[in-house]
Design a protein around this ligand. Structure first.
Ligand code: AKG
Length: 221
């Protein structure tokens, strides 16, 4: 039994929903006690960095590192990516008070993969339209020739989340978020996965990602 996550696997319906829409909201995925421990870790990360961060940051042997290496999470990534999968990167997603609009993008437009990848985005504090929750465009993962300007405003969905919820979205799904209009920081943590047969473009050629270290590990070398 996994004491950190409240699920051990995804149902057929959830996998179908992810495949159809390009995203899936998993409510209360992080168990309550574990969430509190993660918050303590993140506060430590933030106090040590002492500034607004959007950088790779976690500590070995911490609760955050337990989350990113969680085998259940790897299993669920494998269910959604249809094959054994590995972690690509992890990232603290801090949106400080009164900052932080994220323009709509596909994760694959920054580092190009030649196969499937996804992003587990965990709400560490609750996220709302006021503090800049994630927004997604359903089915945009299958219409990759279309950019955000090709969609009507009404096709964009805001995804408010309670702390502990997880939004998992396809690397090809258009997503973004608004400004945090509140006085309080909005905190998330995202963990990206790739299927083990995926290559990434390095500017000159393609690297088999499974041969590489996950990106956040560089901090600890
Ligand atoms: O944290 C956010 O608001 C957006 C994050 C995001 O779009 C990403 O990591 O690709």
């Amino acid at each position: 039994m996994n004491k950190n996550l409240t699920k051990v696997s995804l149902s057929v319906e959830e996998i179908e929903q992810y495949n159809r829409n390009g995203f899936l909201l998993i409510s209360n995925l992080i168990s309550l006690g574990f969430l509190e421990n993660i918050k303590i870790n993140i506060k430590k990360v933030m106090s040590q960095m002492g500034r607004g961060i959007r950088e790779n940051s976690y500590y070995k042997d911490s609760h955050l590192s337990e989350l990113i290496s969680d085998m259940t999470l790897h299993h669920m990534a494998g269910q959604l990516l249809d094959g054994k999968s590995s972690r690509y990167s992890s990232l603290l997603q801090l949106k400080k008070a009164k900052t932080g609009k994220f323009i709509f993008h596909r994760d694959n437009q920054y580092i190009k993969f030649d196969g499937p990848g996804l992003n587990f985005w965990f709400a560490i504090t609750s996220t709302t339209s006021e503090n800049g929750c994630l927004k997604v465009i359903p089915w945009s993962h299958v219409s990759i020739e279309k950019d955000v300007d090709d969609y009507e405003e009404s096709e964009i969905i805001s995804v408010p989340m309670n702390a502990g919820d997880c939004l998992v979205f396809n690397r090809l799904t258009l997503h973004g978020s608004g400004i945090n209009e509140t006085e309080y920081d909005r905190l998330g943590y995202s963990i990206e996965f790739h299927r083990n047969d995926v290559n990434a473009f390095n500017g000159k050629g393609w690297d088999l990602l499974v041969d590489k270290k996950p990106i956040e590990d560089k901090l600890n070398c």
